[in-house]
Design a protein around this ligand. Structure first.
Ligand SMILES: NC(=O)c1ccc[n+]([C@@H]2O[C@H](COP(=O)([O-])OP(=O)(O)OC[C@H]3O[C@@H](n4cnc5c(N)ncnc54)[C@H](OP(=O)(O)O)[C@@H]3O)[C@@H](O)[C@H]2O)c1
Length: 293
């Protein structure tokens, strides 16, 4: 917990116990029973990622795209703090989950009146510009994926403000970590694929451990501290360079790109000032270059 932060209100519910939500729930669990109540973790299927539920966690099924607000509130009954970190995967419609599902989840939150709602969004809610973009960037992205995320953020901000619920929106950069290692970012295209463009866009990534730290710190904010926080590491080394280093470490030639590199990296660099000043997170993985995995 950051210095000067409040104790986290319990019981806590983590809606969407996947790659990020499961370690968040595990970090919040209190196996010694000091806090008295288990962390409620939900997934659509009602199962925990690797099947073995850690002590201090209770798993329940919850589908916010299918249930009415009263049923969502019944599933989360008793929760005093909510972490929302669901993702649609390949099967679900993004708008159905992020906008309509969030609308229902928020209506349930209004019934539950938690002391803090932490909503996990994505840096895709920011525009794709050749610039540094800070936590207060007012401009929307052009492409539909990001616009859906931004619409969900606006719903969270508006509903929570209207009902005076303390809120934090965490805009996460691309997540990597155990099971989603960096090398998958480029091997996903296939061994010999020619990668599109010149690879000179800056990267915006964050290690899962640091994303977990950000969620925990957001839960411990004082009630009047509300706002959007970009959750991204300090390193914006372009993909071309990172992929070349990863390939060299694996003893392979660098991947081939469609175009030769331009003179400079061009694209968005998401800035992380509030992650440090408001959440007081000290990054465990400030750099994601392969020498510092
Ligand atoms: N991964 C990234 O690179 C990245 C980047 C930026 C932001 N984010 C954000 O980080 C958050 C977590 O991502 P993740 O990678 O941890 O996702 P994930 O591993 O795919 O986990 C998603 C979780 O949400 C649950 N879920 C799916 N549909 C749901 C629904 N309709 N109602 C309720 N729960 C539902 C899933 O349950 P089932 O497994 O049972 O379906 C699972 O527990 C998301 O908000 C995502 O937008 C991720």
């Amino acid at each position: 917990m950051p210095t000067g932060a409040s104790p986290i209100a319990r019981p806590i519910a983590v809606v969407g116990a996947g790659f990020l939500g499961a370690p968040v729930a595990a970090a919040l669990a209190d196996p010694a029973g000091v806090g008295g109540s288990p962390v409620l973790a939900t997934s659509r299927s009602g199962t925990w990622p690797n099947g073995h539920v850690p002590e201090g966690i209770q798993v329940r099924p919850l589908d916010v795209a299918a249930l009415a607000p009263a049923d969502i509130a019944a599933t989360l009954a008793g929760a005093r703090a909510l972490v929302v970190c669901y993702a649609p995967g390949k099967q679900q419609d993004r708008r159905e989950l992020y906008v309509e599902g969030t609308r229902r989840l928020l209506a349930a939150a209004v019934m539950l009146r938690p002391t803090r709602l932490v909503y996990v969004s994505s840096t895709s809610a920011l525009p794709d510009r050749d610039a540094w973009l800070d936590d207060d960037c007012a401009d929307w992205p052009d492409e539909p994926r990001g616009r859906v995320q931004r619409e969900a953020e606006e719903l969270v901000r508006d509903t929570c403000t209207r009902h005076d619920l303390p809120w934090t929106i965490l805009r996460l950069a691309g997540l990597y970590g155990p099971g989603r290692e960096l090398f998958r970012l480029y091997r996903g295209a296939g061994e010999d694929a020619v990668l599109p463009g010149d690879g000179m866009q800056p990267t915006n990534l964050v290690h899962r451990d640091d994303a977990v730290q950000a969620v925990l710190a957001a839960l411990a904010l004082e009630p009047e501290q509300r706002g959007v926080v970009n959750v991204v590491d300090d390193d914006h080394t372009p993909r071309r360079e990172i992929f070349a280093r990863l390939a060299a470490l694996a003893g392979r030639p660098p991947p081939r790109w469609e175009r030769p590199p331009g003179p400079a990296a061009v694209g968005k660099r998401v800035a992380n000032a509030r992650l440090k000043t408001l959440l007081r997170v000290t990054l465990l993985h400030p750099s994601h270059t392969p020498e510092n995995p």
